[in-house]
Write a protein that binds this ligand. Sequence first.
Ligand SMILES: Nc1ncnc2c1ncn2[C@@H]1O[C@H](COP(=O)(O)OP(=O)(O)OP(=O)(O)O)[C@@H](O)[C@H]1O
Ligand SMILES: [Mg+2]
Length: 278
Amino acid sequence: MSFMLRKSMDRRATPTRRVAPASILAVASGKGGVGKTFMSITMASAFAQAGKRTLLVDGDLGLANIDVQLGIAPETDLAAVIAGWVELDDAVTHVDGGAGAGGFDVLPGRSGSGALAELPPEEVARLAAGLSALALQYDQVIVDLGAGIEANCMRLARACDKCLMIITDEPTSMTDAYAFIKVLRGYAPNVEAVVAINQAETRASGQRTYEAIARACQTFLGFRPALAGTVMMDPKVREAIRSQKTLISTDTQAQPVQDAIAIAHALMADAPSAAVGY
Ligand SMILES: Nc1ncnc2c1ncn2[C@@H]1O[C@H](COP(=O)(O)OP(=O)(O)OP(=O)(O)O)[C@@H](O)[C@H]1O
Ligand SMILES: [Mg+2]
């Protein structure tokens, strides 16, 4: 089943007054292709399923692909916002999670948009401020960042409360993740870095990968990032992405889906609720 699109205006018909904006979670990696978008989408659905009003932002400014993995063709996106054609909240699209999965709002990007990839710093700052304002309407915001440690990626990360590092056991993934954490510590010391190991062949190997990165952080940066959880390797993830259907909507019991849901729940348990009803 494909995700259903609906403009989000009607979804916001029942406002909830908040004493603080939603917690904003960046999903980052350093190295590309490790599973950030898969994790972001699955966790967004898990947060929504748990009753959290959730916004998923495509923060991969040059090579957006949340819409591709969701199998949706949004009418508007961040590129239209930057061009001044629509306001930020009008670029939000609602997706119905399908059977057994929560529906959530998406702020899509536009793949291959040079305008987004080369945003000047003041535009990124404006976007970050807009996201913080938009966060007032949600319980949880997830920003799926682009790979790498280039300036715009770090600027977006700085606008978040917490940064979930997705790391695999490949040495390049580990060294690039360490580099990201190091730059983040210097550039945005208030943003807490936590770690999720993805594509683990066994729980034990996942734990070893975590220990290696935690040890490097402890030795050279003087702190030990927490482990949010380990996600097992399963060819079902690739198959789901190829068919542009989310795995959580077609196979909720698949191990990587269950693992990502557990991570979302661990993050929820860590974040105090700031919402108060009318
Ligand atoms: N748990 C998993 N098990 C098996 N394969 C996985 C898993 N997670 C991710 N993959 C594989 O990794 C590929 C990349 O996933 P995804 O697009 O989510 O990564 P990404 O970090 O967002 O990439 P990019 O940096 O290009 O945005 C998927 O197409 C899939 O084949
Ligand atoms: Mg991605």
